[in-house]
Design a protein around this ligand. Structure first.
Ligand code: CAA
Length: 259
C-alpha cells in the first residue's frame, strides 16, 4: 500500500508495528486522507500475522492538533452528513490488535480523541491533552464527550469540553487518562517497549482480553461478566493456553504461536 501522510513500519520491534502521522507542518491535523490512511494501515496490520501490537505516534511537537479545521471550515451540515468522516473512525475502532498511542506535544480535539481510541497512552513530559472545539464554535465529534468523560470523570471532562482548557501530561496521568509519562526523548521507545511486552503474550488471549475490557464501557455489569466468561472459556481451545500453562508448571518462558 502507498501512503502519503503516514509512515508505516511493520516491524519496529519483534511483532510490533508503528504508524507515524506525518503532516508535521500542519501539526498532524487530521484531514480525510490522513484518517483514511490510518484506517487502511491498521486494517492491513490487523491482518498481518507478524504484528501483535501497534504503536501510533506523531512527532515531538504534535501527536495531532485535531481535525483539519481548514478542510472543514466551509462545510454545511449536509456536506458533513454525506462525507460522514467518522465512519473512518469506526473502522479504526474495530482494530483487534492492541493500539498504543505514543503522544508528545499537542493531542487536541480529534488528536486527543484518536489517542483515547487507542488502548493505552504513553506520553512525553510535554504532552498536552485538550478538547478545544468549543473555541471554534463546535464540540467534540469523534468520541471526546464520551471517552473523555469515562476516562477522567464528569467534572474534569465537562471543564475541558466547555472551556477548551488543555491539561498537562501530569494532570492527565493523575486523572487516569494515560498510562505513563516519560522524558521527551524516550516517549516512542517506551511505547514500543510497552507494545513489545503485550506482543510477547498469546495474541489470541490479548485480542479477547482487549475486547472484554472494551465491553465494560458498553454493557451492564452482568452482561459484561458473561461476555468475559465466554472469552475466558474460549481461550481453552487454543494451543497457547496449553503452552502457557505448561510453561508455568515447567518453570520456563512460554512460546506463544497465536494458535
Ligand atoms: N487544522 C488545520 N490546521 C492546523 C490545525 C488544525 N486542527 N492545528 C494547527 N494547524 C496548522 C496551523 O494553521 C498552522 O498552519 P500555517 O503555518 O499554515 O498557518 C500550523 O498548523 C502550525 O500551527 P500554529 O502556527 O497555530 O502553531 P502554534 O504553536 O502557534 O499553536 C496550537 C498550536 C495551539 C495547536 C494551534 O495550532 C491550535 O489551536 N490548533 C487548533 C486546535 C483545535 O482547535 N483542534 C480541534 C479541531 S476540531 C476537531 O478536532 C473536531 C473533532 O472532534 C474531530
Amino acid at each position: 500500500m502507498n501512503f502519503e501522510l503516514i509512515l508505516v513500519e511493520p516491524q519496529i520491534a519483534p511483532f510490533v508495528a508503528m504508524v507515524r502521522l506525518n503532516r508535521p507542518k500542519e501539526l498532524n491535523a487530521l484531514n480525510l486522507q490522513l484518517m483514511g490512511e490510518i484506517r487502511d494501515a491498521l486494517a492491513m496490520l490487523d491482518e498481518d500475522e507478524n504484528v501483535r501490537a501497534i504503536v501510533i505516534t506523531g512527532n515531538e511537537r504534535a501527536f495531532a492538533a485535531g481535525a483539519d479545521i481548514k478542510q472543514m471550515a466551509g462545510r454545511t451540515a449536509i456536506d458533513m452528513l454525506k462525507i460522514d468522516q467518522f465512519s473512518t473512525w469506526d473502522g479504526i475502532r474495530r482494530t483487534k490488535k492492541p493500539l498504543i498511542a505514543a503522544v508528545s506535544g499537542f493531542a487536541l480535539g480529534g488528536g486527543c480523541e484518536l489517542a483515547m481510541l487507542c488502548d493505552m497512552i504513553v506520553a512525553s513530559e510535554t504532552a498536552q491533552f485538550g478538547q478545544p472545539e468549543i473555541n471554534i464554535g463546535v464540540m467534540p465529534g469523534a468520541g471526546g464527550t464520551q471517552r473523555l468523560t469515562r476516562a477522567v470523570g464528569k467534572a474534569r471532562a465537562m471543564e475541558m469540553v466547555l472551556t477548551g482548557r488543555f491539561i498537562s501530561a501530569r494532570e492527565a496521568q493523575d486523572a487516569g487518562l494515560i498510562n505513563k509519562i516519560v522524558p521527551v526523548d524516550l516517549f516512542l521507545d517506551e511505547a514500543i517497549k510497552l507494545a513489545a511486552s503485550v506482543a510477547a503474550k498469546s495474541p489470541i488471549a490479548v485480542q479477547l482480553a482487549k475486547e472484554s475490557v472494551l465491553k465494560a464501557f458498553e454493557t451492564p455489569l452482568q452482561e459484561g461478566l458473561y461476555f468475559e466468561r465466554k472469552n475466558f472459556y474460549m481461550l481453552f481451545a487454543t494451543e497457547d493456553q496449553k503452552e502457557g500453562m505448561a510453561a508455568f508448571v515447567e518453570k520456563r518462558p512460554a512460546d506463544f504461536k497465536g494458535k
